[in-house]
Design a protein around this ligand. Structure first.
Ligand code: C2E
Ligand code: CA
Ligand code: CA
Length: 901
């Protein structure tokens, strides 16, 4: 075989000087016969090429593919060949072979299989034998790889996956080895195509059984832990350091009301549970993540879904790899809400016990003393050690008999409590009255565990009340008799005069324009002047004369026998002399006084003491009006005297009709924070001629003339409307306190009238407080109880005015269920400088609190008053310090200022 022709490309490739004419074996490693055999073999395999090794001029050997075919040339058959240099490919294949060798020793099973769903393995490596537990490779060759799948279904599923998607990568499947062992395997299968176009499956199997077993074990351990945590009776949360919550248990969700779905991250949890504080709490949690130890984090107040709060004590610890992003933290909590509330209560109870102004005794069910408080020691003189273990009988004064104690204990056992006044004996032997309240204390199951006795020392109150009794007869400023005493004297004198068939006269005199002196020189100077005047009067009338001070600047004198006209006029003349007498107002100023006098006589002008006084006063008012500085006798006829009285009444009636009587508002203020809680409505009358008339004066005229009903109605309607308006405008609850005269409690439709006015004004009855003076209550005990009960039922509160000046029995105050006590301004005035008044106010407050009432102090004029009241926990106050009674517009300004603060 000889080369006849060759193209330039061939010339260049082989590098010989001349290819043409050379024998084919020059470039071949095979003999021509061998070449022909290769050619035939290719043809029989239907291939259009065959592989040869050609030698180049340079001596190097190349792998070539030869595409050869016969052609006809001038009657001769020639062979025409295209040569393709395949050396790089074969070099690569060789490398691949070497690589296959390495595969042999890989720990991963590798095989090659014929294609198609029923392909069989044609080569495997050693690892395949080991994984599938066969002795020799020969045991695998010719078998299907899928034979090792556990079920025909699994087999099919995988084959179709491979065929459809051209292979699979890293699928986990369970296999069964030749010896029946279960294998977890990681499978990859790909379809490869050889250079000659043949296709194969090439697959790998990695035995991951050990890893898989460990994983499964870990998972089931986790599941068990998860279930255990979920069933745990306390709240538990597992979360990762990166903030993802792995688990919150059922108790956690039940107690807080949040769903598991809402609690996916620590940030979500802290936002829901801590609101504004969540950042702070999260920062704290982050510091915990580096500790393996359990950390006691203390109490946290968390917010539940329904808005309620709970207190949880948290304990946290790192479960795994602290500090790493996948580290796990376990937080457990104990719900201590009830416990803490209990502890708080105990602490509060202890603080109250220690600081209470009242004496407190706690006994066991056997009634023996278990403990007492510091006030107990202060009041009784017994230290705790003196009395612990003893029966409270050690304090007994012997003033109450055993029947008294028996009924007391009977009531405690039956109703759980008793209150009343008893006499006890101090350690130093002194007997004293106390207001005692005993309650039985039961545990949650209803067993009796303690008795608690709370008592207030009433000594000072009783002492004060008896000194007040003398005050009730005499005017403290001038030492003269007061109005009540004067009336007593007059009643007596009328009896004597009637017996002796004689007449008597009553003189009333009032200083003209005394208010100017007060305004110019101050109240102190005014008081001083009144004292000097009283002295002068005693001088003129004689030490034993019946002189009284019946009102601010009004005095009266009883002339027992007026049958002697000369004696009376003589008397009047001497009194007039006083007006020429100079009075010292202060060190520099002396002035003279003018006063108007009215005279009424028995039996011509009046029949009773009250009528007599009223007559004299009417005459005096008349004198003031028409001839100030002169005396006015009531005309001898009854008609005339009624007319005079009518004059004043008419003025008042007109004033009411013309709506000339105004309501002023004096703010009632909280002692604790200085906020206005409401106001007392006070009547004001500006008389066109007399100027401002004191409510004390015209209210009493209204009471006597039956005008009080109409007056109250118009004032209440006005006050209630304005207060209702303010409540609405400032949307806050304000309380209106309103004074009611004793006489009004007699009206049959009193309750309906009050409720009607409130309704018409749109003021809630709960915003209304009815003020009754202590003395009013004393006058009409029986019917008042029912009337007040009816009002209370509608929500109206009852307040006792001027408390401390009357003789209310404490039991009665309890019976009418007054909510508020108003401490009279006289007591406040001398507080806290005067020790006795201070003590008294202290005990009124303690007692009021013991009876469950709130206290309002009246007449608070100085900061010292207020500071004193604050110390005693008095709730509210009224007085010039905060504000005088104000016209409505000014009161509103005050309120709006407060609102905008
Ligand atoms: P009250 O009910 O005890 O009223 C308190 C009195 O104390 C008022 O006198 C008030 O102006 C005065 N006051 C307030 N703060 C101070 C203070 O800091 N120092 C001093 N020294 N006094 C202060 P007011 O307005 O002259 O009324 C006198 C009495 O007239 C009232 O005493 C009340 O009993 C009666 N009253 C007034 N308005 C009415 C009314 O509309 N109806 C009835 N039935 N009685 C009324
Ligand atoms: Ca009042
Ligand atoms: Ca008062």
């Amino acid at each position: 075989m000889q080369i006849i022709d060759a193209n330039t490309a061939a010339e260049i490739f082989y590098g010989y000087e001349q290819l043409r004419g050379r024998c084919i074996s020059t470039i071949n490693t095979l003999t021509p016969e061998e070449i022909l055999r290769e050619m035939k073999a290719a043809r029989s395999r239907k291939r259009n090429f065959f592989r040869l090794r050609h030698r180049l001029a340079s001596g190097s050997i190349r792998d070539v593919h030869v595409y050869s075919g016969p052609i006809n040339h001038e009657g001769r058959v020639l062979l025409h060949s295209n040569i393709e240099d395949m050396t790089p490919l074969y070099a690569f294949q060789k490398e691949l072979e070497a690589y296959r060798d390495q595969l042999e020793w890989l720990p991963i099973g590798v095989y090659r299989a014929t294609p198609g769903p029923v392909g069989v393995m044609i080569s495997v490596n050693q690892a395949m034998c080991e994984i599938l537990e066969v002795d020799a490779k020969a045991d695998l060759i010719g078998r299907r790889a899928s034979d090792f799948h556990p079920t025909p279904a699994a087999r099919e599923e995988l084959s179709s996956l491979i065929v459809n998607s051209g292979g699979v990568r890293r699928i986990e499947r369970k296999l069964v080895s030749a010896r029946g062992r279960q294998i977890y395997a990681l499978l990859s299968v790909s379809i490869t195509e050889e250079a000659d176009g043949e296709r194969f499956f090439e697959g790998s199997i990695q035995d991951i059984t050990a890893r898989k077993r460990a994983e499964i074990q870990r998972e089931s351990a986790f599941r068990r832990l998860h279930n255990a945590l979920d069933a745990a009776p306390i709240p538990i949360m597992l979360h990762r350091v990166d903030g993802a919550i792995e688990q919150v248990n059922a108790v956690w969700c039940n107690l807080t009301g949040y769903d598991k779905d809402e609690l996916k991250t620590v940030a979500e949890w802290t936002r829901l549970a801590y609101g504004d504080r969540s950042g702070e709490v999260r920062a704290h949690i982050e510091t915990l993540q580096h500790e393996y130890d359990t950390v006691d984090e203390g109490d946290y107040t968390i917010r539940c879904k329904d808005g309620s709060t709970r207190i949880w004590a948290f304990y946290s610890s790192a479960l795994e790899s602290p500090g790493q992003p996948d580290g796990m933290i376990m937080s457990t909590a104990v719900d201590v809400t009830a416990q803490r509330a209990q502890q708080q209560q105990e602490r509060q109870a202890e603080a109250i016990l220690q600081s209470a102004a009242e004496g407190i005794t706690v006994t066991g069910p056997d009634r023996n003393i278990q403990r007492v408080n510091p006030s107990f020691t202060r009041i009784t003189g017994y230290a705790m050690a003196d009395v612990v273990g003893k029966n409270p009988r050690v304090l007994s004064s012997g003033r109450q008999d055993s029947a008294f104690y028996e009924s007391m204990w009977q009531q405690i056992d039956q109703y759980g409590n008793w209150q009343g006044e008893i006499w006890n004996r101090r350690k130093n032997g002194e007997v004293y009255p106390e207001w005692l309240s005993i309650s039985a204390i039961h545990d949650a199951k209803g067993n009796l565990i303690n008795y608690a006795a709370v008592f207030t020392d009433l000594t000072e109150l009783r002492q004060f009340q008896s000194s007040l009794q003398s005050l009730r007869r005499y005017d403290p400023l001038t030492g003269l008799a007061n109005k009540a005493t004067l009336l007593e004297w007059a009643t007596q004198a009328i009896k004597v005069a009637t017996r002796n068939r004689k007449g008597l006269a009553l003189l009333a005199f009032g200083l003209d324009r005394f208010h100017l002196i007060n305004e110019t020189f101050g109240h102190k100077a005014g008081d001083n002047l009144l004292r000097q005047l009283a002295e002068q009067m005693k001088c003129v009338a004689g030490e034993d004369a019946d002189i009284a001070r019946i009102g601010g600047d009004h005095f009266a004198l009883l002339v027992p026998d007026s049958s002697d006209d000369r004696a009376l006029s003589d008397f009047l003349l001497r009194l007039r002399g006083i007006s020429t007498h100079p009075f010292q107002v202060d060190q520099k100023t002396a002035i003279t006084l003018s006063f108007s006098t009215g005279v009424a006589q028995y039996p011509v002008d009046a029949q009773t003491a009250v009528e007599l006084l009223r007559g004299a006063e009417t005459a005096m008012f008349q004198a003031k009006r028409h001839n100030p500085g002169l005396h006015t006798f009531l005309d001898g006829t009854t008609t005339a005297s009624t007319q005079q009285r009518l004059l004043l009444e008419i003025d008042l009636r007109q004033a009411i009709e013309n709506d000339q009587i105004e309501v002023y508002f004096q703010p009632v203020v909280s002692v604790a924070d200085g906020r206005i809680i409401g106001a007392e409505g006070l009547a004001r009358w500006q008389h066109p001629e007399l100027g401002p008339v004191s409510p004390e004066t015209f209210i009493s005229i209204a009471e006597e003339s039956g005008l009080i009903g109409a007056l109250t109605e118009t004032l209440l309607s006005k006050a209630a409307k304005r207060m209702a308006d303010l409540c609405q405008r400032y949307s806050r609850p304000l309380r209106l306190a309103f004074n009611i005269s004793a006489i009004q409690l007699n009206q049959s439709d009193f309750v309906e009238k009050i409720l009607h006015e409130l309704r018409a004004a749109g003021l809630a009855p709960t915003s209304f407080e009815l003020e009754l003076t202590e003395s009013t209550l004393m006058q009409r005990v029986s019917d008042a109880t029912d009337i007040l009960a009816a009002l209370r039922e509608h929500g109206v509160s009852i307040s006792i005015d001027d408390f401390g000046t009357g003789y209310s029995s404490l039991a009665y105050l309890q019976e009418i269920k007054a909510q508020t006590l108003k401490i009279d301004k006289r007591f406040i005035a001398s507080c806290p400088t005067d020790k006795a008044s201070g003590q008294l106010v202290r005990s009124i407050i303690a007692m009021g609190h013991a009876l469950g009432m709130q206290l309002i102090a009246e007449g608070v004029e100085t900061q010292a008053h207020l500071d004193f009241l604050r110390k005693l926990h008095c709730e509210f106050y009224q007085g010039y310090l905060f504000s005088k009674p104000l016209p409505f517009a000014d009161f509103e300004t005050l309120l709006s200022k407060e609102q905008h603060e």
